[in-house]
Each structure stands twice: as C-alpha cells, then as structure tokens.
Design a protein around this ligand. Structure first.
Ligand code: ZN
Length: 395
C-alpha cells in the first residue's frame, strides 16, 4: 500500500479534480489538492478516472494467452471440448503458474484489478490447478485481487471423489464452490445441486454454477437452485454463470423466473456469447437481479477469441443489445465495473473518499464515447501503486 496524488483528472467523466491516495485508500478528491511531501504525483492530463473494471469469471488454469497460436479442431459439443482439453493439458509445455500469471498481468493491463477465476478440480487434476494459480498470484497480489471457484469441469457425480477435493480446496485458498450443467454433465440434477449446496452450507462458501443448459431444462434447474438458496438462507451468495435459458426459454417462463431470481438474491453473469441467446441483462438489472458481464473462456482449448479486456466485453453487450442512447451505453459500461463489484461484494469499491485507492485513467470525452471507442488504458492503480501504464503491465 502506498501514497499517490493523481492530478488533473475527471472522475467518472465529471468535473476536473485531483485524487489523493494515502495508505492505499482514497483520502480526498477535490480541485487543486495540496502537494504533500513524500507523496508522488501523477499528472492525469485531463483523462477520465474510473474505479477499475471487475473480471468476475475467467479460467486462469485453462488459459493459453501469451503462448503460440493454438488451433482448435474439435466438435463444439460440451463433452468433446472437455475431453479435448484434458488430453491437451497432459502434454502442455507451460505450467499453470506461468499461464495464469500471463492472464492476470493482461487483465491488469486492461484495467481489471479484481478477478474471480474458476479452477478445474477433478480426481485427475486433484488440487494442482488451484495450487498453480495461487503460486502465480504470489507475484501479482499487489496488483490484483483474486477469488477462486473450485470447479468440477469434468463432472461431479460421475467422478467420485471430486466433491471431497472441492471441499478440500476451500481449506487451501478457494472461497466459492462451482457446479456445471447438473443434468447434461452429471445426469443427476438433484444429486449435483444437493452436493454443492451441502458443501457450501457446511463451509460457509459462496456458489457459482456454470449453467449452459437451454430452454425449459435450464429454467427448471434455475428454479431448483433458487429453492435451495432460499431454504439455506444463501441469498446474495449464489451466482449462475451463462444461464442461456434466460435468453432462449419461453418468454412467459423467463418473465416469471426473473422475479424468483430477484427474491432469492441469485446473481447472473454473462460472457455475451456470439452465436446464441443470452440473458436480458438490462431487464434483469431493472428488476433487481444482480448481474454483470465477464470474459469467461478466452484464448484456450475452448475459444480462440478474447483478450481479457472488460471494456471490450461491455462493448459487446452494448452492441448485441442494440444500445444507442448515452444512458444505455453507460448502463453497458456499468456491467463491467460497478455492477461486477456489487455482484462480488467488493468492499470499498468506487471513487470516493474512503474507498480503495484503485483507479483507471482513460482518455476520452465521456463514458458513452469511451464504451464505444474503447481507448487504451493510460494508467492502472491498485491501492496507490501504479501497476500498468499505456496498456502494459508495469514490472
Ligand atoms: Zn466458465
């Protein structure tokens, strides 16, 4: 934690001000703040200052970012892609620590200073992926917050022993229990959900479930998730990632389940997939469902696209949702910043005195134009320390 005075910036594209960070926290925001002995000064040259982007869903152990091009030649079925990844990772020359470190630095360079990552847990991998990611974080901890989801990518009920390993992961650095397609992967929605809710309840962990299952099956499982969340008093501690069923299910059923999600405090994360329906994010937000966008799988054995830039992901949401007015564009921007922070319960997030001294400087006129043009990030600060400059990680 350090001190820093950032001068001549426009917080949230408003009036010009200086931002004083002392001991890693924002001490003051105002015009012409006095210089203090020993406090370094950064001239923001009239850039817009925002609270950092939040990356609520990536896979740091899967990433091939920063490595030679990987050609994907596998049918796009979930099982084929799962099996393909396991085979490829057996012989990969780069270990999890190196690959996870590459992506964390990239995310920071793009302005994200908090990441939630899933890590694959299975009887084959054991806790190796968790340990690898945590080792990488030792070198990036000053620049990025990290929370880890113990994720049963291969399957839970079909890989006996996985549940015990996921529970053990919570004692070794993970704080969230994952899940995946309870019907299609495990063929046992009740068993799958009861297992992960049981672990989370015992250990006081949060839950984050990958739900790719479409239409009425997905909606049925959402209702099962909401019921367990209510019964166990886990409101605001459960997230469903993807939830394609909210984008392609029968309209009246989707409409009804949105109220159920709001009442049960279930959050929704979307990576805004290119080829299929995705949840109506702005409608969810309007009706009180906590939600945000995320990168998810990028530049790995699943997906050649992506670069860890949350501003780009917000733009994608805006583009696919036909946002046109400034108000709509800013609402898309919020999905990668303040809504992500609220969804992950990040304490002290924001640009106000008393908040964490973390910010991003971007040259632009206003947030709507920045969302559309996606300028590079001039500066990224984490708790008063400059961690990226001109779109590149600072060693
Ligand atoms: Zn994912």
């Amino acid at each position: 934690m350090t001190d820093l005075l950032v001068t001549n910036v426009r917080p949230d594209a408003g009036q010009t001000a200086d931002i004083l960070i002392r001991g890693g926290r924002i001490a003051a925001i105002g015009a012409n703040l006095p210089r203090e002995a020993g406090v370094p000064v950064h001239d923001g040259r009239n850039a817009v200052a925002i609270a950092p982007f939040v990356e609520p869903h990536v896979h740091l152990d899967k990433i091939l970012w920063g490595l030679p091009w990987h050609s994907i030649n596998v049918p796009p079925s979930l099982r084929a892609m799962i099996d393909n990844e396991v085979e490829i990772r057996k012989n990969l020359r780069w270990d999890v620590e190196e690959r996870a470190g590459n992506l964390m630095r990239q995310c920071v360079a793009m302005g994200s200073t908090h990441i939630r990552s899933h890590v694959d847990i299975s009887t084959g991998y054991k806790l190796d992926n968790l340990h690898g990611v945590l080792k990488a974080w030792e070198k990036t901890k000053h620049a990025v917050g990290l929370e880890l989801v113990a994720f049963p990518q291969i399957g839970l009920m079909i890989d006996p022993g996985t549940a015990d390993l996921m529970e053990a992961a919570l004692d070794e650095g993970a704080s969230v229990i994952g899940g995946i397609d309870p019907a299609n992967i495990d063929g046992d929605p009740k068993g799958h959900l009861d297992t992960i809710f049981g672990i989370a309840d015992r250990k006081g962990a949060k839950i984050d479930i990958h739900l790719h299952e479409r239409g009425e099956l997905g909606l049925y499982e959402l209702a099962m998730i909401a019921e367990r969340t209510r019964v166990l008093g886990m409101q605001n501690r459960v997230i469903v990632s993807h939830a394609f069923c909210l984008g392609d299910g029968p309209a009246d059923e989707v409409d009804a389940i949105i109220d159920t999600l709001a009442e049960a405090g279930i959050g929704i994360i979307s990576a805004v997939p290119g080829e299929i329906g995705f949840p109506p994010m702005f409608e969810l937000a309007r009706r009180g469902v906590r939600c945000a966008v995320a990168s998810d799988s990028l530049r790995d054995t699943w997906n050649p696209h992506g670069n860890g830039d949350m501003l780009e992901r917000c733009w994608l949401l805006s583009y696919r949702s036909y946002c046109r007015t400034d108000e709509e564009l800013v609402a898309a921007f919020d999905m990668g910043t303040k809504r992500g922070a609220a969804l992950l319960d990040l304490e002290g997030y924001g640009l106000r005195a008393g908040c964490e001294g973390s910010l991003v400087l971007i040259e632009g006129e206003n947030l709507a134009q920045i969302l559309v043009d996606r300028p590079k990030r001039n500066l990224v600060v984490k708790r008063g320390r400059i961690v990226a400059r001109d779109g590149a990680w600072v060693e």
